[in-house]
Design a protein around this ligand. Structure first.
Ligand code: NAG
Ligand code: NAG
Length: 351
């Protein structure tokens, strides 16, 4: 059924492309997402928590960032792709009535190099099944060609079996935002999942204008939050005069920026137009800040992540490891988790 819908969408897109030529990049027939501040400030905490490297704390949701608006979250699956230094989790947030999926971004100490590389990323991969849609293969493969995708898809399937048809909310910061977008699209197109929402923070561009048109049709419920002068949403570069040829952001951007002076500073949350490249939003300023990349809504992003597995041996019963050393921790959310890992011997620096 979903596949039929997708074929219909594809046919519509082709007809649209033929009749309307180059304008295709800014037209979205579906109603795009409304911005929900409460939801964004909740999801940003998930996107922040996924940077924590202690798997035991994450799996039992006792990490220093695992509280506040995310309290009570139940992790179903934690995926650590050691080989590619990627991390993500899938779980159920009862207060949101949703399955939440979050992806970690690049390690903080490698961010300057990563940003440098972003200037030169080529659109070098045809997105499968979408004529003319081009993406960057590195972002695409981080989600599609690692242990991340099967881990996520499997966990979503199990969560749905256990809880019924919950909404799906996919989030991530930076490179994790790029993965969240590919994941939201994949679940919609290839896994017959409805009700997918994507909220990303400080993500780079991932595809061209044709890709963005498909994306906007298929995952209209997407919010892409940008912050002040954060450099990453400016990359890879967008050239307005060659809008069809270069990278292009998908909608809907929400740009956070400060106005005022001294003690009178407050943050404006500007909901941008449905083009993805609203010239009055993040693009109206120069992207020259890494520090504004590392805090969204006052929540610290990035952090201590390492590419190693840090895990209490008592969690071995929940884990599977492949030949490359990639680890998946998996559990039935109704089973109570090992008591040993949730004892109240919380280190003092956590409080
Ligand atoms: C915004 O999201 C919250 C969940 O975080 C939800 O409770 C609320 O109903 C949403 N508001 C609207 C207007 O959809
Ligand atoms: C995808 O991953 C497989 C196995 O890890 C690898 O052999 C293949 O080359 C990858 N595909 C590309 C195009 O990089």
């Amino acid at each position: 059924m979903e596949r039929t819908r997708w074929v219909n969408v594809a046919i519509l897109m082709c007809l649209f492309a033929i009749c309307c030529g180059r304008e295709i990049n800014v037209k979205h027939k579906r109603h795009l997402a409304d911005y929900n501040h409460t939801l964004a400030t909740t999801l940003v905490e998930y996107a922040s928590a996924v940077y924590m490297s202690d798997m035991t704390q994450l799996f039992t949701w006792t990490c220093p960032r695992c509280n506040d608006l995310t309290e009570g979250f139940e992790v179903i699956e934690l995926i650590v792709d050691v080989q590619h230094c990627l991390q993500g989790f899938v779980g159920v947030a009862k207060d949101l009535n949703a399955i939440v999926i979050a992806f970690r971004g690049t390690q903080e100490h490698s961010i300057p190099n990563w940003i440098e590389d972003l200037h030169w990323k080529q659109l070098d991969l045809n997105y499968p099944g979408m004529p003319d849609a081009m993406v960057h293969h590195g972002f695409y493969f981080a989600y599609h060609n690692t242990t991340v995708r099967p881990g996520v898809v499997n966990a979503v399937k199990r969560a749905k079996e256990l809880y019924g048809n919950l909404d799906i909310m996919v989030t991530g910061h930076s490179m994790g935002g790029a993965m969240a977008a590919f994941c939201g699209l994949d679940l919609t197109v290839n896994h017959e999942t409805g009700n997918v929402q994507v909220v990303t923070f400080g993500q780079p561009r991932i595809g061209n204008a044709a890709f963005v048109s498909y994306y906007g049709e298929l995952v209209p419920n997407t919010i892409r939050v940008t912050n002040g002068h954060d450099i990453v949403p400016h990359l890879p570069p967008y050239y307005p005069h060659f809008a069809q040829k270069t990278y292009h952001h998908f909608p809907r951007e929400v740009w956070l920026y400060n106005i005022g002076f001294g003690s009178l500073v407050y943050t404006v949350e500007k909901v941008c137009d449905d083009s993805g490249e609203d010239p009055t939003c993040s693009r109206s300023v120069s992207g020259n800040s890494i520090s504004e990349h590392l805090a969204y809504y006052g929540v610290k992003m990035g952090g201590e992540s390492t590419c190693k597995v840090i895990m209490d041996p008592r969690l071995a019963a929940y884990s599977t490891e492949d030949f490359e050393g990639n680890v998946i921790l998996s559990r039935d959310p109704f089973a109570s988790i090992v008591k040993t890992t949730t004892e109240p011997n919380v280190p003092s620096d956590v409080i």
